[in-house]
Ligand binder design. Structure first.
Ligand code: PMP
Length: 413
């Protein structure tokens, strides 16, 4: 069996990065739940505090200088997010509350004007509930049908299934996770997009687990919609983003109606503001957007290629350490085709018991169905344990997890 050597160094100085995260000052804390939400560096905390202390006022409506500074902070946040994803125009970056809301925006707004009875929306068997439930609702509303790309035995998407669905000529949209939050699979999204576009279907990617971990260049990726959440990218909870192709966003009706998203309002009808305001009704979460922008700058300063290389090293080591434990079954593909989220079970010990015992050693992991209930059903599982690594995790963190898993074994022996 192939084994992974303990990495001596990775492309990131993770101990130094860890020192930039106040919550990780506790040397006993081994945080391996970044796939659920990442911790926040000082750069993000300070940017948000500075905004509240120095620039706070409502945006887009004041003529006084403080309100202008606040609006400028919000605009700069959008520019930072656009730079991070290499989006050509800030009009294509819509701030949402999270990935869930970004997908819902498309399912509702694009779906209501473009889907008809008999149309097909293609999803996959590895989708998070966020990329499943909004499409179920859209299908119910419009009469469109959901079809699913199945999985190969090693946890990858079956592109033959995709081709079969596309061959019907009825597929309007393919909406998939870029990276699976349970299996860790990195999907071949360029190839999928090419095949879907060849058959006239649009492509939406749920980038919640990709944007924090891989370089994502939306100017070359050629997808039609892309969604991400700041809180998994070292940014705050409460803000996310939707990228869309300009002509699609321009043609879509608003999602939420109210202040800020209008050009003119009459008693019985209104007209809409230009992008991106058309999709941002009401007072936005400006401090969160400022934090999102700071998080993008922070990650760019590390270099997303280095982030990816660091995670490849750690994940390879984590994966091989896990499969060497006799009772452990790891789900998903080999380390080379996956991100740093690794789900597993330990014999018939309940994942919640595993996670509770790990917690006694200061090791934080997720236990449950990770919002992928149909995928767990498909794999014949009620739940699993998930350890996930990020920029601040070190080889020692993996060792601490494995040591704690040995304790689980001895408790249940
Ligand atoms: N998609 C995937 C793949 C995810 O991992 C998550 C978060 N667990 C989401 C969507 C939803 O993200 P949020 O809760 O920030 O909307």
């Amino acid at each position: 069996m192939e084994t992974a050597q303990r990495p001596v160094a990775t492309p990131l100085d993770a101990p130094a990065i860890r020192r930039q995260f106040p919550i990780l000052a506790d040397p006993d804390l081994v945080y391996l739940d970044s796939a659920a939400s990442s911790q926040k560096p000082l750069a993000v905390l300070e940017a948000m505090e500075r905004y509240y202390r120095e620039d706070y006022a409502n945006v887009h409506r004041g003529v006084y200088r403080l309100a202008e500074r606040s609006t400028e902070a919000y605009d700069e946040a959008r520019r930072a997010v656009a730079r991070f994803f290499n989006v050509p125009s800030t009009t294509q970056v819509i701030f949402t509350r999270n990935t869930t809301e970004a997908i819902k925006l498309v399912a509702h707004s694009w779906g209501s004007t473009n889907l008809r009875s008999g149309d097909i929306i293609v999803l996959s068997e590895m989708e998070h509930h966020s990329n499943l439930v909004p499409w179920q609702l859209a299908a119910t509303r419009t009469g469109a049908r959901l079809e699913f790309i199945g999985l190969t035995p090693d946890g990858q998407l079956s592109l033959d299934d995709l081709d079969e669905h596309l061959a019907t000529g009825r597929v309007r949209l393919v909406s998939l996770c870029h990276v699976s939050n349970m299996l860790g699979t990195i999907n071949p999204v360029e190839e999928i997009t090419r095949r879907a576009h060849d058959r006239g279907a649009l492509v939406m990617l749920d980038g919640a687990q990709a944007a924090p971990h891989l370089p994502v260049d939306l100017s070359t990726l050629d997808v039609d919609f892309y969604a991400a959440s700041a809180h998994k990218m070292c940014g705050p909870m409460g803000v996310g983003m939707l990228y869309g192709r300009l002509e699609l966003l321009e043609a879509m009706p608003p999602f939420l109606g109210g202040g800020d998203m209008i050009r003119t309002v009459g008693w019985r009808e209104s007209t809409w503001a230009d992008l991106p305001s058309k999709f941002e009704a009401g007072t936005p979460s400006v401090a969160d957007a400022v934090g999102f922008g700071a998080a993008c700058e922070f990650l760019s300063s590390l270099s997303m290629s280095a982030v990816r290389e660091h995670e490849i090293e750690l994940t390879r080591y984590l994966y091989h350490q896990l499969i060497e434990l006799p009772e452990v079954e790891v789900y998903g593909p080999v380390p080379e085709c996956r991100s740093g989220a690794v789900s597993f079970n330990m014999g018939d010990v309940h994942p919640h018991d595993v996670a509770s015992i790990l917690d006694e050693s200061g090791v934080c992991v997720r236990a449950g169905h990770h919002c992928t209930q149909p995928l767990h059903d498909k794999l014949g599982l009620a739940a699993s344990v998930r350890a996930s690594v990020y920029v601040y995790n070190t080889v020692d963190d993996v060792d601490r997890l494995i040591e704690a898993l040995h304790r689980v074994r001895s408790v249940f022996a």
